[in-house]
Ligand binder design. Structure first.
Ligand SMILES: Nc1ncnc2c1ncn2[C@@H]1O[C@H](COP(=O)(O)OP(=O)(O)OP(=O)(O)O)[C@@H](O)[C@H]1O
Ligand SMILES: [Mg+2]
Length: 400
């Protein structure tokens, strides 16, 4: 009994990934068979050709069904239950054994759900609180190109708001594409909430991630705001009965609940970006990436969207990355990543980053307006520093 090694979240994750793979193979084999049959019906191929695909499909189905039958989760629960029945409440280790039983029950439930959902089994589990861990990530677009991302390592805890800044071509967008799994790093590894990203699990890992791009017009598919938010949910096979509530909640978070029947293209830039944020939020990602989401907006739109980003930050429910050229925005961040020529050259709080203005200038970055004013004041002997926004600066000046 004491030697028994109980299963944990990673075992369930591995099972989900395996079943997801087997299901992918089965779907692919099914499609190939349909194509082969249609060729046969047009007399383009012989019966033997079709038989080959029938066999492949049968094999894939057999492997899939075998994959579903994983006794470990049931055995795990049985062992935990037996242990519990043998332990009285007075015993010292009762709570440990009770918790083992509760965990085993959850894992068994997760296993059954995974089988029911053919390995799409909802989310991967959160194994630790580190939203993102990059280990020495390198990437080049072509063999003879320099590294567009060159040895980036960083660890971000859940709930942080991280600004990524850097001059044009410093590797910010490349890095964000690596994080969302569009590009595969040439070297290095990525962990998302303790799950190591692999070729096999990237589609599942993506469920942790949402992204809002620069151009609001490129993000619309639906003819109404409601349809647009629904689109992602349909893709994820959310039950239609649950959709309405999710859509309304997401729209409320960006103050667009009164626009659900409007046509997206008729909205202002700021409103469009807010709908894009709602669409991302509806899928409840744990990590949200904004790739210059405010850069194409007019000042009013910019401030509307920034306001939403700050509200999202304050809930601490999401980990937020904001790639930005707007140096004023970094003052809202908990942490700032400074990129230069593919390298992460600085990582710290906004205050730490802004304390070395000459360094920022040396890599062609502006400094935020508030910091510029402070610097100008310092140059004429007025000591103000560390203001996080204009109000704070004005307050400080008034006290002099
Ligand atoms: N599709 C591509 N093919 C080849 N090289 C690319 C490609 N996309 C980007 N690069 C190169 O990779 C490097 C990093 O570019 P990236 O777009 O990541 O920078 P960025 O920091 O997002 O810049 P910007 O602020 O202009 O958006 C640059 O040298 C760029 O020329
Ligand atoms: Mg970019």
């Amino acid at each position: 009994m004491s030697d028994y090694k109980f299963l944990n979240d990673s075992d369930l994750n591995d099972f989900k990934l395996k079943l997801n793979d087997l299901n992918d193979n089965l779907t692919r084999a099914g499609k190939k068979l349909v194509i082969a049959k249609s060729k046969f019906s047009k007399r383009e191929v012989e019966k033997d050709f079709v038989n080959e695909y029938v066999n492949q499909y049968k094999n894939a189905k057999k492997r899939y069904l075998e994959g579903c039958k994983d006794e470990r989760f049931y055995d795990n629960l049985k062992t935990a239950k037996l242990n519990l029945s043998k332990t009285s409440k007075q015993e010292e280790n009762y709570n440990t054994i009770l918790n083992q039983y509760k965990k085993a029950k959850l894992l068994y439930k997760g296993y059954k759900e995974t089988v029911k959902e053919r390995g799409f089994g909802g989310e991967l589990n959160i194994i630790n609180n580190t939203a993102l861990k990059l280990n020495d990530i390198k990437f080049k677009y072509r063999e003879n190109h320099p590294f567009a991302v060159d040895g980036v390592s960083v660890k971000i805890e859940h709930g942080n708001y991280v600004a990524i800044i850097g001059h044009n071509g410093s590797g910010k967008s490349t890095l964000s594409k690596i994080i969302i799994g569009v590009l595969e790093p040439t070297q290095g590894s990525i962990e998302v909430y303790g799950n190591k990203v692999t070729k096999g699990n990237i589609n599942i890992i993506r469920k942790f991630l949402g992204i809002v791009f620069q151009n609001p017009d490129n993000q619309f598919i639906g003819s109404t705001v409601r349809d647009d938010i629904a689109f992602g949910l349909e893709n994820r096979r959310v039950a239609p009965s649950k959709m309405n509530e999710i859509i309304i909640n997401a729209a409320k978070k960006v103050n667009m609940e009164n626009f659900l029947d409007h046509e997206p293209l008729m909205l202002s830039g700021g409103q469009k970006q807010r709908v894009a944020i709602a669409s991302a939020l509806a899928l409840s990602p744990n990590i949200l990436i904004f790739d210059e989401a405010t850069s194409m907006l007019d000042p009013k739109g910019k401030s509307e969207v920034k306001q939403i980003m700050v509200e999202l930050k304050n809930t601490r429910e999401k980990t937020i990355f904001s790639i930005t050229h707007d140096m004023d925005e970094i003052l809202n961040a908990d942490k700032v990543m400074v990129m230069n020529k593919g390298k992460l050259v600085r990582f710290g709080s906004p205050k730490e980053i802004l304390s070395d203005k000459n360094f920022l200038r040396s890599i062609h970055l502006d400094i935020p307006f508030v910091a510029q004013v402070e610097e100008a004041l310092q140059n004429v002997g007025i000591e103000v520093s560390g203001s996080e926004n204009l109000d704070e600066l004005v307050e400080k000046i008034c006290q002099i």
